[in-house]
Design a protein. Structure first.
Length: 252
């Protein structure tokens, strides 16, 4: 699989899954725009990709803000003359807690970053994809939207929305040759994991999660990156509306 001559934007690329996806796409020939609210972390990853011989740019974005998403798209097109792949990966969560203990501001923030971002990506990216004759969205949803864990109710809801939006976007945008797929990762070894764990991040609480995964380990960024490369590649040209579990069997 090869992404040469393609530009891919990866949101939340300064850490975790997004970093893994961006590096893997660059290794496979893409020009990658690493977009993150933490510009310094995006720049670090872009520098590492550049040092390894890849092509990468860092960009600031707040995926919950329309102006910021619009600026990301125009900056990308100005710099690389095209936009072929858009990965909605940036995400956040409330801490694992009783559903009654999540305050309204936190609920709004988690929905803005995890759900409104997908709406904003459609508003700002679809016109560019249409002008180019097609494109690919990849949404990083979660097994949380398929097999929810207690303590994460509102986060789980954002991922259920991401899954439904993926399928609905896929059918509505198919006539424009725009494919839309999602990946549903199981709990992964990234900085976000501590939010999901019930209690402190200790070997014992991690083991509780591992015990629910038949293949016996957490997901790693490379697991997600490998599936992402396939779904955005031309080899997946007939695949749209798929929400692929990368979960070691958790959702069986
Ligand atoms: N780690 C897991 O266990 C897990 C499991 C399933 C799904 N996911 C999903 O994977 C995606 C990536 O998560 P991760 O585990 O790599 O997290 P992470 O915290 O390591 O990375 C998230 C990145 O998103 C950026 N970000 C946060 N808010 C942003 C905003 N408003 N605008 C732009 N960037 C923003 C952060 O700065 C960070 O670099 C998320 O959508 C998450 O919900 C994670």
């Amino acid at each position: 699989m090869n992404l040469s001559h393609k530009t891919a934007v990866v949101t939340g690329a300064g850490s975790g899954f997004g970093e893994g996806i961006a590096k893997y796409f660059a290794q496979h020939g893409a020009t990658v725009v690493l977009a993150d609210i933490n510009l310094a972390s995006a720049q670090r990853v872009a520098d590492e990709i550049g040092a390894a011989g890849g092509s990468a740019l860092a960009a600031y974005v707040d995926v919950s803000q329309s102006d910021s998403m619009a600026a990301l798209v125009s900056q990308t097109v100005l710099a690389t003359k095209q936009l072929n792949i858009f990965v909605n990966n940036a995400g956040t969560s409330h801490k694992n807690s009783s559903l009654l203990d999540v305050d309204e501001a936190t609920f709004d923030r988690v929905f803005a970053v995890n759900v409104k971002s997908i709406y904003l990506s459609a508003i700002h990216v679809v016109p560019q994809f249409r002008a180019q004759g097609g494109g690919v969205f990849l949404n990083i949803a979660s097994t949380a939207g398929v097999r929810p864990r207690p303590g994460l109710t509102w986060y789980n809801g954002t991922k259920g929305a991401a899954i439904t939006m993926t399928k609905s976007m896929a059918v509505e945008l198919a006539p424009d040759h725009i494919r839309v797929n999602a990946i549903n990762p199981v709990a992964g070894d990234t900085p976000l994991l501590k939010q999901f764990l019930p209690g402190e991040d200790t070997p014992e609480t991690r083991q509780k999660f591992v015990d629910t995964i038949p293949l016996g380990r957490l997901s790693q960024p490379l697991d997600i990156a490998r599936a992402a490369l396939f779904l955005v590649s031309d080899e997946a040209e007939f695949i749209t509306g798929v929400c692929l579990e990368v979960d070691g069997g958790r959702c069986v």
